[in-house]
Design a protein around this ligand. Structure first.
Ligand SMILES: C[S@@+](CC[C@H](N)C(=O)[O-])C[C@H]1O[C@@H](n2cnc3c(N)ncnc32)[C@H](O)[C@@H]1O
Length: 176
């Protein structure tokens, strides 16, 4: 009896993990973590200052928000809809004991208002970036910086494109 119950719970968890991962891939991008040195490169390019609010759209295992809060003393918020990376991020943030300066929320960022962000970071897909371009124009304050890993925002003029060598992925900086 207990054995059947445990198997049912385990199968349910596996199903939810797989379903939320597939949903995230369909919504904007699958989970592919950015390497830590690229996280640091992006936050440097963003010129993130203490006390600024940085939002990671699709926060994965929380590496951006953790680094931003710990090393830059920023107020970092991440949105993530895939259960497994969300849980990993929760545990990482809890272990880092950063208090309220880094938060991960299990919500779809397309439905969230981004108007209080100073910096937006993302690593998504070209299609998601195109859709976000319209949202950014509607919601972001003038002066907000957007830093995107690998993919540009179609139709937007970047402030800079960082690509130190042919094998490095580009980092695009925009200012609203
Ligand atoms: C390429 S990964 C980047 C993860 C992290 N930002 C990093 O750079 O290490 C994209 C993330 O976005 C998440 N995602 C996709 N669509 C989303 C949505 N609509 N709302 C919140 N998260 C989403 C995926 O689950 C995935 O973890």
């Amino acid at each position: 009896m207990i054995g059947t119950l445990l198997w049912t719970v385990a199968l349910l968890v596996v199903f939810i993990v797989a379903a939320t991962a597939a949903w995230a891939g369909w919504r904007a991008a699958p989970y592919v973590p950015t390497r830590q040195h690229d996280v640091e490169r992006m936050l440097r390019i963003a010129d993130l200052k203490p006390g600024e609010k940085v939002v990671d759209l699709g926060a994965g295992d929380g590496r951006f928000i953790l680094t931003a809060a710990r090393d830059y003393h920023a107020l970092a918020v991440g949105y993530e809809i895939s259960l497994l990376p969300y849980m990993v991020a929760k545990i990482r943030l809890w272990r880092a004991r950063l208090g309220g300066s880094a938060t991960i929320v299990m919500k779809d960022f397309f439905y969230e208002n981004l108007s209080d962000a100073d910096v937006v970071v993302c690593f998504l897909t070209p299609a998601a970036m195109k859709k976000l371009g319209e949202k950014f124009r509607r919601e972001l304050r003038s002066g907000t910086r957007i830093v995107s890993f690998a993919f540009s925002i179609a139709g937007w003029q970047p402030v800079s494109k960082d690509k130190p060598n042919p094998r490095t992925m580009a980092v695009w900086l925009y200012r609203v």
